[in-house]
Design a protein around this ligand. Structure first.
Ligand SMILES: Nc1ncnc2c1ncn2[C@@H]1O[C@H](COP(=O)(O)OP(=O)(O)OP(=O)(O)O)[C@@H](O)[C@H]1O
Length: 357
């Protein structure tokens, strides 16, 4: 079931939460709505679900306008961050619930319900706890059951709102991989809301980056990361250093007022000697966390800070080779620069590695 969003507008008082949104979600895709708190992700999801009415615009399911359909007629499945399971029902009964409440005419037989529920519990790898009650499960297990329950009614669309938001970092990581594998098996068109860029990049086929009720960019994880359409997208998808004007081996042309160059910390080379396009800096501090070292440098020209990141072993070798200590002067040369010229589309400048030797 594909989803089309057309000229969708929604505001709460003075707050615009959907600002003329247009979006196409192909059938069977797993799409992440990614953005900071208050960017309108949940509102868009609730409008797709039919839990909220837009002020104008439409939501189409496979070309059919559902904007005014009741939530019960849309056949969507939900998983919310705090969508608690029914505490007084066993896990089996929680998953069976959506099938049992169907009108008699469409309700499956008891044998069919049992078969379906056990299949779903196997799918979420929790068939061994069918007889337990929700309070006997961990948070991660409860969310897997919530997902099995949502899938029981064979929804045309699955909507997930920060499904792993309440779980600790390690369980979150496990569950997002698990969700990806699950989606590869069931292929139901799924939209999930997250403010965590790693989660979006790792799980989704496509990432929709939202900001202030607008879609800043919509693309595959690689597209939004490698070719960010706006400075907002670039900054939201990871740490980045900002340089006013041009930086690096930019091909000719004059610097326009408002030109801004961005370089990610792992895209900077540390050189002992000055080189054309390199920036003189002094070493301020180096911090190692796990396998990565983050080195903070201070610019000689204006005293502002620039971050560089590299594998710990690489940094240790470089430090020994160049005798780096706090205050040492070196030069930073970008391997890759994303430049946003004032009022124009972004330009990505990839530096020829040969130029770095
Ligand atoms: N029912 C409502 N009444 C009034 N304002 C609302 C309502 N729902 C949402 N808002 C406001 O709309 C804005 C967008 O909210 P929304 O929940 O869609 O954003 P979000 O990107 O999902 O944020 P979060 O990650 O914090 O949930 C927020 O400023 C919020 O306070």
């Amino acid at each position: 079931m594909s989803i089309q969003i057309r000229n969708l507008n929604k505001r709460f008082g003075a707050t615009v939460v959907c600002d003329n949104l247009n979006l196409d979600i192909p059938s069977g895709e797993l799409v992440a709505l990614l953005g900071p708190s208050g960017s309108g992700k949940t509102s868009l999801l609730r409008i797709i679900a039919g839990l909220e009415r837009p002020d104008s615009g439409s939501v189409l399911f496979h070309g059919a306008d559902t904007t005014h359909d009741d939530v019960r007629d849309r056949n969507v499945g939900f998983v919310f961050q705090h969508y608690a399971l029914f505490a007084h029902m066993s896990i089996f009964e929680n998953v069976a619930f959506g099938l049992r409440v169907r009108p008699k005419a469409t309700r499956p037989s008891e044998a069919k319900i049992r078969e379906k529920v056990m299949d779903l519990l196997k799918l979420v790898q929790l068939d061994w706890i069918a007889d337990r009650f929700p309070h006997q499960l961990s948070g991660g297990q409860r969310q897997r059951i919530a997902l099995a329950r949502a899938l029981a009614v064979e929804p045309k669309v699955l909507l997930l709102d920060e499904p792993f938001g309440a779980l600790d970092a390690k369980v979150r990581k496990e569950l997002r991989r698990w969700l990806r594998r699950l989606h590869d098996e069931v292929h139901v068109t799924s939209v999930f809301v997250t403010h965590d860029q790693d989660e979006a990049m790792e799980v989704a086929d496509r990432v929709v980056v939202m900001n202030k009720g607008r879609i800043e960019q919509d693309g595959t994880p690689d597209e939004v990361y490698d070719r960010p359409a706006t400075p907002f997208v670039l900054q939201f998808l990871g740490d980045v250093n900002l340089f006013h004007g041009r930086f690096g081996h930019a091909p000719g042309g004059s610097v326009e007022p408002g030109d801004v160059s961005y370089v990610r910390p792992h895209e900077l080379e540390i050189l002992a000697a000055p080189q054309d396009g390199a920036l003189p800096v002094t070493l301020s501090q180096a911090l190692t966390v796990g396998p990565q070292t983050r080195i903070e440098f201070k610019r000689v020209d204006d005293g502002s800070y620039v971050d560089v990141e590299m594998p710990r072993s690489e940094y240790n070798a470089l430090r020994d080779r160049l005798n780096l200590v706090t205050g040492s002067q070196v030069h930073l040369l970008p391997r890759r620069v994303t430049r946003f010229a004032a009022g124009q589309n972004p330009v990505v400048e990839q530096v020829d590695p040969a130029a770095l030797i």
